[in-house]
Ligand binder design. Structure first.
Ligand code: ZN
Length: 189
């Protein structure tokens, strides 16, 4: 399936149409003039769960979608960067947070929007964080203080819930799961 409707060829500017290329098994945007096939593939969202003592750092979003909701620093990877660089960059952009000791923690597939979240646990080096342009507010929260009803997206909710459960057990394994559209019980702990 195609997430984004394309009208014009990015190569030559002619109109594109939907067709199944020879040897393929799904519809693609194919240029009527130069023949270019414009493949669309899932996007990776990289981010961190920043930890300070018994608290975690959340950011209140200053941008849509989900303006005014709390989130963990995360965003789309840019070309030519590594997963860790993307997670660290987002943490700087959204919270000016300095992090170390990244360890991959949740890998969450969201097939209905063709995204994969890859979230790291990370230690804050200090508490000199402050909101970046994409955040209204940055704060540390204990488990009891987490605003569960004001979290921006399910992926963040899932990552936080795993963390606080694992913390009680003292082990933090990699969690790989699927978040389905509109289901409140698609994931199990
Ligand atoms: Zn073309």
């Amino acid at each position: 399936s195609l997430c984004f409707t394309m009208k014009y060829c990015q190569n030559c500017g002619s109109t594109v149409s939907l067709a199944i290329p020879q040897g393929d098994n799904r519809h693609r945007h194919v240029c009527s003039s130069c023949g270019d096939i414009h493949y669309q593939n899932p996007k990776i969202v990289a981010g961190c769960l920043p930890i300070w003592e018994d608290k975690v750092l959340l950011c209140k979003r200053a941008i849509n979608p989900r303006y005014d909701f709390w989130t963990l620093p995360a965003g789309f990877m840019e070309n030519e960067e590594t997963l860790e660089q993307a997670a660290l960059r987002e943490s700087v952009e959204e919270a000016n947070a300095t992090l170390e000791n990244l360890r991959l923690y949740t890998v969450l597939s969201l097939p209905h929007i063709s995204q994969v979240y890859m979230m790291f646990l990370a230690d804050l080096k200090n508490t000199d964080f402050h909101p970046g342009v994409e955040s209204l507010q940055t704060d540390l929260f204990t488990e009891e203080e987490i605003p569960l009803n004001e979290l921006a997206v399910k992926s963040i909710d899932v990552t936080l819930r795993h963390y606080f459960l694992d913390r009680k057990k003292g082990v933090f394994p990699l969690h790989i799961s699927i978040i389905e559209k509109k289901s409140d019980c698609a994931w199990t702990l």
